[in-house]
Design a protein around this ligand. Structure first.
Ligand code: TRH
Length: 380
């Protein structure tokens, strides 16, 4: 098997937040664990990395984490041999000296740009096409996606089985939640909230507080806390804080390790997620979700939102489709959420069933790491 011996370099610039490192770290680990390749992960911001993986030594220029060689990518680039497969994540610009090292190899490496995730149709036509060339080295587009003909989604082997076992085991869930200091409020639905700042939050919280079903809302530390604090009428919020307002219990959680975040999503009845990686993980959780999409210039993110909603809601009944689409639209526009939340709650059983069906359908695709390896095998 040629891929057994291959050396891979993955380059990650942390533009902001955690998605860039979240995706590349997950991919690097999976390539090592499931495809026996050698991976160096070059990262320009180890502090962001440390949040997802507290074992990271932010001062080390080189370290090993879960079989991955993590290299600090500094402005002062030291010459290094180019790998067999080079992945530039999210169109990041490789160091000039490294590009020369790629071109100097006897057999140029396979050079790919791992793009952002989108459900738009044009992805299918562009996935795998040649992009620019540097000297003798050809770059290729690699697009993750939800549809056949794309690069698929990151999904570790056995993930869904592990998730289903965990969800069928209330004791494991209770233990995990207790470890985070969570004692589920009696009869309450569990909701997680990972989002950017959002003006619509107050109206959603109002609706949950006034609901006949209690909600226990879990909010990992992060950008949305300011809005949460404003709604609660408190000065600031730190991990461990618990506030009750009528039927709504709000609990602030520490930002947990990446694998623990999966367990949190698996415990919850509903997950509000954002960006790219948490969005995909919430789909693998098999539970209804709310996506806060990452805003882009000229509102191009709205096309991505529509494309995903069109795919995701295709098999839903008309009223359920309207309800969940309305909720996602209002959340992403920062508009009033209350009516949309109530409408969504009306279609809960259908949305729950659908979330699992969607997850299983997506899992029929090759996962992204396997698709990358296959692309390489086809290329050599
Ligand atoms: O953090 P994000 O908003 O990241 C990104 C980046 O901003 C990026 O530039 C942009 O292009 C992209 O969004 C679309 O959202 P995301 O992608 O969900 O990444 C969050 C990561 O953090 C994900 O890997 C899960 C992880 N995480 C934890 O490990 N622990 C936690 O407690 C939480 C809440 C998240």
């Amino acid at each position: 098997m040629p891929e057994m011996k291959a050396r891979w370099d993955i380059f990650c610039t942390v533009v902001d937040n955690f998605g860039d490192i979240g995706v590349t770290w997950r991919l690097a680990r999976q390539l090592v664990a499931e495809h026996s390749v050698t991976v160096r992960l070059w990262v320009d911001d180890l502090r962001a990395f440390e949040r997802l993986c507290p074992d990271i030594d932010i001062n080390a220029s080189q370290q090993w984490q879960q079989g991955v060689e993590v290299r600090q990518w500094t402005a002062n680039w030291q010459p290094t041999e180019a790998a067999d497969v080079v992945i530039a994540a999210f169109a990041c610009q490789l160091p000039g000296a490294y590009m020369d090292a790629m071109a100097e190899r006897e057999k140029p490496p396979l050079w790919m740009n791992l793009d952002y995730l989108s459900a738009e149709d044009w992805i299918v036509g562009c996935h795998g096409l040649p992009s620019v060339k540097y000297k003798s080295v050809q770059k290729f587009f690699f697009f993750p996606g939800f549809q056949k003909g794309t690069g698929g989604l990151l999904r570790e082997s056995g993930l869904l089985e592990r998730r289903q076992q965990f969800q069928q085991n209330p004791e494991s869930q209770r233990e995990f939640l207790q470890g985070l200091g969570i004692d589920r409020a009696q009869g309450a639905q569990l909701v997680s909230l990972f989002a950017y700042e959002n003006k619509g939050l107050a109206s959603w919280f109002d609706a949950m507080a006034a609901d006949s079903t209690p909600t226990h809302l879990l909010v990992p530390e992060g950008r949305v806390l300011g809005d949460v604090a404003r709604w609660l009428g408190v000065d600031g919020l730190v991990a461990g804080a618990v506030h009750v307002r009528d039927a709504l219990t709000v609990q602030v959680l520490p930002f947990v390790r990446q694998d623990q975040y999966d367990l949190l999503l698996w415990c919850c009845d509903f997950n509000a997620v954002r960006g790219e990686d948490s969005f995909v993980r919430a789909q693998w959780a098999g539970r209804p979700l709310l996506w806060h999409i990452y805003q882009q210039d000229e509102d191009i993110h709205l096309d991505k939102l529509e494309a995903f909603l069109a795919l995701y809601t295709k098999e839903l009944s008309e009223p359920a489709r309207e309800a969940i689409s309305g909720l996602w639209h209002s959340w992403n526009a920062g508009e009033t959420m209350s009516d949309h939340w109530l409408a969504t709650r009306k279609h809960w059983p259908e949305l729950q069933k659908h979330a699992e069906a969607w997850c299983l359908e997506q899992a029929l695709q090759d996962d992204l790491a396997a698709a990358l390896v296959q692309f390489y095998v086809n290329w050599i």
